[in-house]
Every structure is written in C-alpha cells, then in structure tokens.
Design a protein around this ligand. Sequence first.
Ligand code: SF4
Length: 245
Amino acid sequence: MSLDAFLEPDAKQEAEPLDAALQAKLDEVIARLQQAWQEYGETLTFANSLGAEDALLTGLIAQHQPEIAQFVLDTGRLPEPTLTLLDQVRSRWPQINIQVFYPDASKLQDFVNREGVNAFYRSQELRKACCGVRKVEPLQRALADKKAWMTGLRREQSVTRDQLEYSQWDAGNGLQKLSPLYDWSEAELWQAIKALKLPYNALHDQGYPSIGCAPCTRAVQPGDDPRSGRWWWENPETRECGLHK
Ligand code: SF4
C-alpha cells in the first residue's frame, strides 16, 4: 500500500517513507478493517475516543473503509482540544460518519444534584457512578443494535489490558470486540501518525499520553506509565471507566 494513498496533496511533499516493518503492520490493520466491514457491515461501529490510537484508526478508516460507522462519547467534561480535534476530523474527512452520544440529561442532572459536580474525587464508588452516567450508559445506547465494536485498545497501555486479543467476545456488552492495534507499540503508533500526517489531540504534545475527561486526566513525566495520568488517585488495577471490562 503506497504512502500516497493516505496523504492530502499538500502533505505529500513532506512525507517520510515508512520502513518495511511498519508498512507491513499498517497493511495488516487495513486488512483487518476491510475484513471486519465484510463480516459485520452496518452492525459494526468504531468507538472513537479521539486519542492517539483513534487518530490512526480514523485516518485508515477514512482512506480505506469509510463505511464503518463511528461514534464519540461526549461526557460533558472533555478537554477543549479533544472537541477541537473532533471538528478537525469531521472537516478533513466528510466521507466518514461520526455520531456523538451524550449522557442522559435527566440521569446526569439527578446525579450531579445529589453528589455534586466533582464527586469522582471523593471515592472510587462515586467515580464509577460518574463514569456510569457519563460514559457507560451512552455506550450501551451506541452499541444497542450492533454485533461488533472496534476500539483503539493496545496491550501495552496498562496492566488491565495485557491479555487483549484482536477479536474477543465482550460478555459485558453482548457483542464482539475488535482491537486492530492490540499488538502495536507506542513507538510504532507515533511513527505511523507522524509519517501519515494525521490530525491528533494537541494534548499529546503537552505530556498527556492518555486523554479522558479533563478533571480525571493530568500530564505525566517522560517515561511514566502512559495511563498514570488517568484517575491518578486510584490504584492502577482499578483505572478503567467501565467501557472496557
Ligand atoms: S472520567 Fe471522570 S468526569 Fe469523566 S465520566 Fe469518569 S469520573 Fe466522570
């Protein structure tokens, strides 16, 4: 697959050639996307969390399988650069279909009126309750009529993900879960994003390797665990929001 196939005309002049090993990994991911569409069609959806992995998958989907539906969960607490990226992606690739899901207004209002706007800092139970209202319930609506969902998860990301496979049954949500980048390293990911000149979240250049809601994400030092800036006040084993069990 030629690098030119990924690039906008004005970006081609600055393109760096990919090494053969990375090119082979990209081709493998493209084949996974195409095969997933053939198998699941409109019952497949990509959970685009607008992180680095999603930047690569979005670019590949836009160029090679734009029919794959995508959705974003807007929790109401996302950082501004994440929302800016969403508009950039939509304007660069009008051929892709991204649906935005919001929390149920009534459930969120009840939770905030009962527990306050920043209840997640008080206990893990309240943190999970906030994720439940702002993320998990909207996710269930996004997946309601689907047979498979695609994510940007990678094994390397955390101790909670080191057993990840490309395709796994998601018993919690009752559908197949596909993670085309499951075997990618952080270095490979960034090499591909930069070489393909894909738009990515500006916070990644400010010390945020993993980005979630603004009040629950902070910058980390070089060399730190990439997910150590997410819910940093909790143990590493509990740092999942309920989307990926
Ligand atoms: S990440 Fe934080 S603000 Fe976002 S839903 Fe979870 S607890 Fe709430």
